[in-house]
Write a protein that binds this ligand. Sequence first.
Ligand SMILES: Cc1ncc(COP(=O)(O)O)c(C=O)c1O
Length: 326
Amino acid sequence: MLKVDKTWVLNQTNVRKKEIVIVSHVAAFYENTAQTPLQIVEDPIFIERGVKVYIKRDDLIHPNISGNKWRKLKYNLLEAERTGSQKLLTFGGAFSNHIAAVAAAGQALNFETIGIIRGEELTPDSNTTLQFAKTVGMQLIFVSRTDYRNKEELENRHGKGAFIIPEGGSNALAIEGVKEVMQEIAAQLPQEIDYVCTALGTGGTAAGITSVFDGRVVVFPSLKIKNEEAEQMILQLTNVCKGTLDIKTDYHFGGYGKSNERLLEFIKNFEQINLIPLEQVYTGKMMFGIYDLLLKGYFKKGDVVVVIHTGGLQGRNSFLDEIKRK
Ligand SMILES: Cc1ncc(COP(=O)(O)O)c(C=O)c1O
């Protein structure tokens, strides 16, 4: 007669239980990415003044979900997956890189995506960002500026069963993702960092940085905004502010999405000298501000400055078009 060892049966049952592995497509997608480089910017102007400037090349993180979008979306996408959502709904302006990134993430990870866009006059062909979002399968809904303010109503109308990601992807989950860029930087540059510079749209990136970095966070809003408003945007996303916020409101170039020849020329020169691409909505304005502050003596000899390249280069095409037209 076959003798069955009860403990063996029990052990086998346990083994089988352990074999049930829950596959997270989102986690696998994120795990397959290499750490982005922290590159020294060797422009003679920085060398002359003895200021060490590094740039965290998060623009290289993924071709379509670049920079801070990759960071801010990580825990949102994991949460959407965990809660069984098959649809993502989010909000954005005409040049929102976040809209493009959510659309791309949806395509890569099999989420349906809906983008509510501010501006009823716009169409999917208004610019390359919206064109891209539509091409990768996002449903775009254009609403008036008045309707856009009432997010709750829009969510109820269009977002049944959807996982809602706020405008710019900035929420508590996004902050967790941004913290990881600072952890990476700390490992790549194990010395004291005096300044971390970032562009600001909705404040999530700056909030994530200041919640872990205890130095000076220099923030460059890409929109026309008062210092206190920008500060409030950041602080309402994090109640931990380890560092000092220094908000530079003079580099918006007329407001969100606006640019001028001076900015475009600056970007062109910067790219020629440093071989690092920028775009005109966020990172170009930030970098212009950094050079201007350097010339004004804000950064001192011996200072170590880390600049976050928040990506968004897919929106750069319109900048190149603009140059061609001139
Ligand atoms: C390229 C780029 N840089 C900076 C920002 C601003 O980031 P935040 O909205 O977190 O302030 C954005 C918007 O997400 C962006 O697309």
